[in-house]
Design a protein around this ligand. Structure first.
Ligand code: LLP
Length: 414
């Protein structure tokens, strides 16, 4: 479903004209469609209905409480990577028993908090982490559920910054250490070893890599069984891509079909950790044209959002469509769309064909629902922007914009 559609040459989010929202809320702001989020979750969930599964939304993609609680109410769990994400997820009402905890650097404090919250399992990424979890479990007198994240050494063919399943990446245990690690962990009374996990990378546009990873994992499962270690969960991570420009990623049905056919004969409960697929196309960033600047070399639109609000174009050279909220005719010129931050890398698009727009025109940066707000910062002392959610013909500010006072909160002059 595309929740952002034009009616009478004007962009709507579900049944609300975006111009109307911008009349009440200062730009820039993120805008989310609740129906799109629900629909994406349902489609993903349905695709795996043939086998027992739990969908743990990757909180790093979008951690707004309204979104977490919406998904939690639909039965989603959460894939977290920090104590802060645990805090948010619990506040949003997602029960501990639906939380999995990934990440290479969990601190003892974070481990303790997660044990106390009774999470479903830790995805352990190193032998030292295994020891740290054991220590905390003994200290708290609790039996803790764990799984190992294995690095299957598969090329996910995505941007190098978001590829994680290759041997040279920092993630997971190498296959060669896996058996030893499982044997060591299953001998410890304070641990219940019940799963295996991998995550190959993000924005995957083919099923090949995940199928290859399963092929590599299956013999390990067999070896574990012959050593008396029977696992209950297989966590396949996240990574299903979305369309930003002309990619044609598999839909959840094709993705699930490929996975389920490769897992044939196994009766484990599957855990899936989609982030981008659920929220990516359900959110946009609304910004306003502040100045037009024509130099001999180029035409620039300077907008009121910047790389601190949305860093994907600067960091990954990611393509995001940018559409005027009110359609206009007339000549099209290649234009750089840039923010006010003092860096040349502060751009949303370069040489993008754009119509002539008046100062004050609204622009929508599309597909910004995943890794948009969550990667924003206060760089250049810019308050972080509002997040707004639409439900049918209504909208609500689900995170107020920061104030200048928020910027210095907690600081002291000494
Ligand atoms: N599970 C684990 C262990 C992960 O590390 C990630 C993403 C996911 C699940 C969710 O992946 P997804 O379904 O969203 O692709 N900031 C980058 C993406 C970084 C992804 C990091 N890990 C971007 O803007 O493209």
């Amino acid at each position: 479903m595309d929740p952002f559609i034009f009616r009478d040459r004007e962009m709507y989010c579900e049944d609300v004209a975006i111009r109307e929202i911008a009349g009440e809320i200062d730009t820039p702001f993120y805008l989310y469609s609740s129906s799109a989020i629900e629909e994406h979750f349902r489609a993903f969930d349905r695709a795996f209905q043939a086998c027992p599964h739990l969908i743990c939304f990757a909180v790093k993609a979008n951690s707004n409480l309204a979104i977490l609680s919406l998904l939690g109410d639909m039965g989603a769990g959460a894939d977290i990577v920090s104590g802060g994400e645990l805090y948010r997820v619990l506040k949003a009402g997602i029960p501990g028993g639906r939380i999995v905890y990934s990440g290479v650097g969990k601190t003892e404090k974070e481990i303790k908090e997660a044990i106390e919250a009774g999470i479903l399992m830790f995805n352990i990424e190193s032998l030292e982490e295994l020891d740290a979890i054991s220590r905390q479990a003994r200290h708290l007198g609790r039996r803790v559920r764990v799984s190992f994240r294995i690095n299957p050494d598969v090329d996910s063919e995505t941007h190098p910054y978001i590829s994680t399943g290759l041997r040279e990446n920092k993630f997971g245990l190498p296959m060669s250490q896996a058996l030893q690690a499982y044997i060591a962990a299953s001998g410890r009374e304070e641990l219940e070893v019940l799963g295996i996990d991998f995550h190959l990378g993000s924005q995957l546009t083919q099923v090949g890599p995940i199928v290859d990873a399963i092929k590599k994992i299956r013999p390990l499962l067999q070896r574990l069984e012959s050593s008396g270690i029977r696992l209950r969960f297989i966590d396949l991570g996240g990574g299903l891509g979305i369309r930003y420009l002309d990619e044609s990623p598999p839909g959840p049905d094709e993705y699930a079909r490929a996975i389920l056919s490769e897992l044939k004969g196994l009766s484990h409960t599957l855990i899936l950790e989609p982030g981008r697929y659920i929220v990516g196309n359900a959110g946009i960033l609304i910004t306003k044209l502040v100045y037009t600047k024509q130099t001999r070399a180029k035409k620039f639109y300077v907008v009121d959002a910047a790389m601190n609000d949305f860093i994907r174009p600067s960091l990954y050279q990611a393509f995001h469509e940018i559409l005027p909220v009110i359609e206009t005719d007339g000549p099209i010129y290649p234009t750089d769309i840039v923010g006010p931050v003092c860096e040349t890398g502060d751009f949303f698009a370069r040489g993008r064909p754009m119509p002539c727009l008046n100062t004050g025109s609204l622009l929508a940066v599309m597909c910004a629902g995943a890794y948009g707000f969550t990667m924003s910062s206060n760089y250049n002392s810019r308050p972080r922007v509002a997040e707004v959610m639409v439900r049918g013909s209504q909208f609500k500010v689900v995170r107020r914009p920061e104030t200048y006072a928020d910027l210095i909160h907690g600081e002291e002059i000494w």
